[in-house]
Design a protein around this ligand. Structure first.
Ligand code: ZN
Length: 314
């Protein structure tokens, strides 16, 4: 039998990774309220927003306003996504309103060019300056590597290239490296082999798995990562998010589905599932449509056994 971690750390990324891909722009006051609901649900890591150019991602153009508006809770590490030094300058004007930054680049040249219009080498050079300045400000840094498990333009992404980028980020000062399956191409066998290598090459670095459920394999990939001892995950409530490529793709793994699975496995998450579902229901009201998370539809496991009506189903 595989052994699993007894507890995990979860970062809720729906307010950023989720909302940036929604067609609607959620009002700042709603975002602030949801940040509070997520903290109430027990999240100790919450990604709030991103300091990308407002004209590029208008859904997050209110980054400053949100940092001013939300209630910052003790014991919660709030992070913001920083694309470049200009974004860092904007964020640092509100230095006391967040605890961590995350920076990102792709492991695929083509994806990186299309995403941020730079080569991987140019991105790394710029991010090293961002990380250096952020560290000098006492900020914890996470580096996220998109398309770590495959690229829609290039196909297979060599593990060695991903590890090389991760090592550069760690040397620059990232205490944590996140590996993104940005368009949901990973499979569990690949994930297991990937993290076996990562644990060896990146000793001392917190390794975080960021899976998308684009092809329904998100939680299977979580299981494969758990079996390699990975105990840090990112997810989005409601299964918010997605990626413009390919169009219509579903989003990050749903926080409620992840929490439900882990808790049923006896792995502590620190999350109150009922309160998390309240936050997801609130988003459904705000967006005016149902979201994709399974547990949001089916309810927690205990409800089903208490109220489920057995029929001729198998
Ligand atoms: Zn994501």
């Amino acid at each position: 039998m595989p052994s699993y971690p007894s507890a995990v750390r979860l970062r809720e990324v729906g307010l950023r990774d989720g909302f940036q891909n929604e067609p609607e722009t959620v009002p700042t006051a709603e975002k602030a309220r949801l940040a509070g609901m997520l903290a109430d649900a027990g999240f100790r890591r919450i990604e709030l927003t991103s300091f990308v150019r407002p004209d590029v991602i208008p859904q997050l153009a209110d980054a400053e306003e949100l940092l001013d508006a939300y209630e910052k809770r003790p014991g919660v590490a709030y992070s913001v996504l920083i694309p470049n030094e200009r974004g860092l300058d904007r964020a640092l004007a509100r230095r006391e309103r967040f605890d961590e930054i995350n920076v990102f680049l792709s492991a695929s040249e083509t994806h990186n060019q299309r995403n941020v219009n730079r080569s991987i080498a140019e991105s790394l050079a710029g991010l090293e300056r961002v990380i250096g300045r952020a560290r000098a400000e006492g900020l914890r840094c996470e580096g996220v590597i998109s398309t770590s498990f495959g690229c829609p333009y290039e196909g297979e992404v060599p593990v060695d290239r991903v590890m090389g980028i991760a090592e550069r980020l760690a040397e620059a000062g990232c205490e944590e490296v996140g590996f993104g399956d940005t368009t949901g191409m990973a499979n569990p066998r690949q994930v297991g082999e990937f993290f076996a290598v990562a644990r060896e090459r990146l000793a001392g670095v917190e390794l975080t798995a960021h899976f998308h459920n684009t092809r329904g394999q998100g939680l299977a990939n979580v299981l494969a990562a758990l079996e390699q001892g990975i105990d840090s995950f990112e997810s989005a409530f409601g299964e918010l998010g997605g990626c413009p490529v390919p169009p219509g793709s579903t989003g990050n793994i749903a926080s409620e589905d992840l929490v439900s699975m882990l808790e049923e496995m006896g792995i502590a998450t620190g999350i109150d599932l009922e309160r998390l579902l309240e936050a997801s229901r609130r988003v459904q009201e705000v967006l005016g449509r149902p979201l994709g998370a399974h547990v949001l539809t089916a309810g927690p496991v205990r409800w089903a056994s208490a109220t489920g009506r057995p029929a001729a189903s198998t």
